[in-house]
Design a protein around this ligand. Structure first.
Ligand SMILES: C=C(O[C@@H]1C=C(C(=O)O)C=C[C@H]1O)C(=O)O
Length: 289
């Protein structure tokens, strides 16, 4: 679907007697997983006033849309910020991070991890793929072959010895599939730092200060409604709402604080030394509000 044709493009309005005002609809691509809901709660429920056109995608597609200029703002995998040609800015203070076990980013396997020869990789992911490669080399000292696949654990494990899955599916699988490695836990165990999976990023002039504040307000309201989000999400699911509430409060962290920034830069250093990115980027933020 060409979202630009549907929603985008500049439009002009000319109020009577006034100078022309040009305004452009801002397209936003955000991740469809449960862990994103607190960030977009205020926007989705209409509790903060905004003119964004919101579009749900998997993380790899959020990045593609932003880097190809189809959207002005994306909730992008952190590794893709380092792959952009510069000029991207981060919405300050917000991210999707873990400070230990994350629960929804896991490597599932049926045999001793040191004997793994092939790994199926969830095509929705960018950051966790890089994180996995770092952990396999630095911690487990193995160099298996990788096969990109849709995130269906059964099919993945038929084709490969292990499978990386992220997001809601991983959250569901890890509760019932004991042989898995939690990548958030492994990272923090190795580095002592949080791990940052994603954040809001846009092109330099894409967002006004007011729009940055809107994104921050949306999360503030989301943070006050975690129980509601968990109860709504649990309808028709296998786990209780308390399970999802615990995930959103004890596994996922949304504040991009100094420790998170240090974890992010450490990740970029590893990624650079392993040739996964061509340079270590500086973190540029939209003006602090
Ligand atoms: C923690 C998670 O982070 C996600 C993992 C991403 C990746 O691997 O590229 C990107 C965005 C995040 O939403 C998750 O969704 O499970």
């Amino acid at each position: 679907m060409e979202i630009n044709n549907l929603f985008g493009g500049a439009s002009q309005t000319q109020p009577e007697g006034d100078a022309p005002i040009s305004y452009k609809v801002k397209n936003v691509s955000y991740v469809s997983y449960l862990n994103t809901k607190p960030l977009v709660y205020g926007l989705e429920k209409g509790l903060v006033k905004h003119d964004f056109v919101m579009q749900k995608d998997v993380p790899s597609v959020c990045a593609e849309r932003l880097l190809q200029g189809e959207v002005e703002l994306g909730l992008i995998p952190s590794i893709e910020y380092a792959r952009g040609k510069g000029g991207l800015k981060i919405v300050p203070e917000l991210c999707i991070a873990s400070r230990g076990a994350v629960k929804s980013v896991a490597l599932f396997f049926n045999q001793d991890i040191r004997r793994i020869n092939t790994i199926a990789l969830d095509t929705s992911s960018r950051t966790s793929v890089a994180l996995l490669k770092i952990l396999l080399l630095e911690k487990f000292e193995i160099e298996p072959q990788f096969v990109p696949m849709a995130p269906d654990l059964q099919e993945m494990l038929q084709k490969a010895d292990a499978a990386l899955v992220i997001g809601d599916r991983a959250l569901q699988y890890q509760a019932s599939f004991p042989n898995h490695l939690d990548l958030g836990e492994e990272w923090t165990d190795m580095t002592g730092l949080p791990f940052v999976y994603a954040f809001w990023a846009g092109h330099e002039l894409s967002l006004s200060n007011d729009e940055v504040t809107i994104m921050q307000k949306s999360y503030e309201i989301g943070a006050q409604n975690i129980e509601k989000i968990s109860r709504e999400y649990a309808v028709g699911k296998t786990q209780s709402w308390q399970f999802y509430q615990e995930y959103l409060t004890r596994n996922i962290f949304y504040k991009l604080d100094e420790d998170e920034k240090a974890g992010l830069l450490e990740f970029y250093h590893y990624a650079f030394y392993l040739g996964l990115i061509e340079h270590i980027p500086e973190l540029h933020f939209y003006e602090d509000q």
